[in-house]
Write a protein that binds this ligand. Structure first.
Ligand SMILES: Cc1cc2nc3c(=O)[nH]c(=O)nc-3n(C[C@H](O)[C@H](O)[C@H](O)COP(=O)(O)O)c2cc1C
Ligand code: SF4
Length: 449
């Protein structure tokens, strides 16, 4: 790959400015589409490209767009920029450094499904990215690229930014829709799916920021051009967010399926002090952990799944041999307990009890039986939760015990009887934060929009 398809700011300084973006093929796909392509032609080229959603599930974008009924109006495009998964920071870079490519992708999607309104939902903390994006939107309006009768056509489009309130569950597409409608951010029952009844019960496309940033080069250069990158089933390039115990954490854009996890870590400067890798979290806290034996797994959806995990949003958190797996698992479970929206019992109660067990173990009061209890809680939640957050919450429990059971048993034995283990202060601090949140807020679950 000579040049980046998405992280183009790395090749072209100031591409976030409209004039620089336009001087580098920016909005050429948009002019091509509005100037002469039928909406269905745009859907077809995206379908042919095989572009898969980059928000986590990897569903083919063009196929999703084709599900919208043709005769129901209004329709909406909703862009998922919640980016709350631990270790995910790719959408952030796209919005801040290449915002016009994101806007152009949103516009092409809206045109393809004939929506006249699009909302870009950003996580609550994205003040600066939202400012940059709004500035880019203003520039695009001023240049006649958005608004009424774009480029002299009959097509009109408005794009709005909406900031959430910093709840992880609002990244789940139906909770996001609730939040956008001004309601408590909790998932909806499906069906009906958003393509049929989404925002304000109207047909809606929901796509991730990175997914849509792929669309302009696809429409401009064609599906075959896009398919020169990646594999048959996982075409294109993907941004890999690398963090944890590496020397150069950051975003790395690579063709899917060409490189291995080991090579990705090398690209990120290798592990700190060259220490051996102990575990890999390929999609932040949501994905089952992989042991070091998976280092030669290829970076595409199918290969990571075959290795026993998911590629998800490709936020690789690297754990080396200095990381205590029980401590890491507790941290992830605490995150899920805090972010559980409380709507369904398995997740609300399961994350609560799992954290209690981890606290018991980590504070040195656990027994080997508590490891079995953790498995029971995790298995009791699996496949019984209302939405995927609850399923994700079982990953740190079940996968770390699966691959690192000996370490759990060793931890319990070494710390039994409450012997000092260095985690006491951290536990106390965590509990103080939660107590403070409960005392200061109407509810513990900050998931309102
Ligand atoms: C708990 C939870 C959190 C999620 N968070 C995000 C997120 O922050 N950003 C995102 O794009 N998708 C997130 N998703 C996935 C979305 O529900 C949805 O699949 C995605 O936005 C669809 O876009 P795509 O097809 O372009 O990937 C999350 C899903 C779950 C279950
Ligand atoms: S699984 Fe968790 S986050 Fe999802 S609806 Fe149930 S309680 Fe809410």
């Amino acid at each position: 790959m000579d040049k980046h398809v998405l992280l183009r700011d790395l090749d072209t300084p100031n591409i976030r400015e409209l004039n620089v973006y336009q001087a580098n093929e920016g909005y050429a796909a948009w002019r091509k589409a509005v100037g002469g392509m039928k909406p269905d032609e745009v859907i077809q080229v995206v379908k042919d490209s095989g572009l898969r959603g980059r928000g986590g599930a990897g569903f083919p974008a063009g196929v999703k767009w084709s599900f919208l009924p043709k005769d129901v109006f209004p329709k909406y495009v909703v862009v998922n920029g919640d980016e709350s998964e631990a270790g995910t920071f790719k959408d952030h870079q796209l919005i801040e450094k290449n915002p016009h490519q994101v806007i152009e992708g949103v516009a092409l999607c809206a045109y393809a499904v004939q929506a006249a309104t699009a909302y870009i939902y950003l996580r609550g903390e994205f003040y600066e990215p939202s400012r940059v994006l709004q500035q880019a939107l203003d520039e695009a309006y001023a240049a006649g690229l958005l608004g009424k009768n774009i480029q002299g056509s009959t097509y009109s489009l408005d794009i709005y930014i909406h900031l959430g309130a910093g709840a992880y569950i609002c990244g789940e597409e139906t909770a996001l829709l609730e939040s956008l409608e001004g309601k408590l951010g909790q998932p909806r029952l499906r069906p009906p799916f958003p393509a049929v009844q989404g925002l304000y019960a109207k047909p809606t496309v929901i796509n991730n920021i990175e997914t849509l940033a792929n669309v302009p080069p696809i429409v401009l250069n064609g599906a075959q051009w896009y398919r020169q990158f990646g594999t048959e089933k996982s075409p294109g390039t993907k941004i890999f967010c690398v963090s944890g115990r590496v020397n150069k954490p950051g975003n790395y854009e690579l063709p899917l399926g060409k490189h291995t996890i080991r090579e990705l870590i090398e690209l990120a400067g290798g592990t700190i002090d060259g220490r051996p890798v102990k575990g890999i979290l390929p999609a932040g806290s949501s994905a089952p952990i992989l042991p070091a034996s998976a280092l030669d797994t290829k970076l595409d959806y199918e290969s990571v799944q075959a290795a026993g995990s998911i590629l998800g949003s490709a936020s690789f958190v690297i754990l080396d041999d200095t990381v205590d797996i029980v401590w890491a698992a507790r941290k992830m479970v605490r995150f899920f307990k805090h972010e559980s929206c409380g709507k369904c019992t398995p997740c609300r109660e399961g994350t609560h009890w799992a954290l209690k067990l981890y606290d018991k173990i980590v504070s040195g009061h656990g027994s080997l039986h508590d490891i079995i209890m953790l498995l029971e809680v995790g298995n009791g939640m699996a496949n019984k939760c209302f939405c995927l957050l609850g399923e994700f919450a079982t990953s740190p429990i079940l996968s770390t015990i699966k691959h690192f059971r000996t370490e759990y048993e060793q931890f319990v034995r070494e710390h039994q009887g409450g012997r000092a283990n260095g985690y006491h202060d951290e536990l106390m601090r965590d509990h103080a934060i939660v107590d403070h949140a409960i005392a200061g807020a109407p509810g513990e679950h900050g998931s309102s929009g």
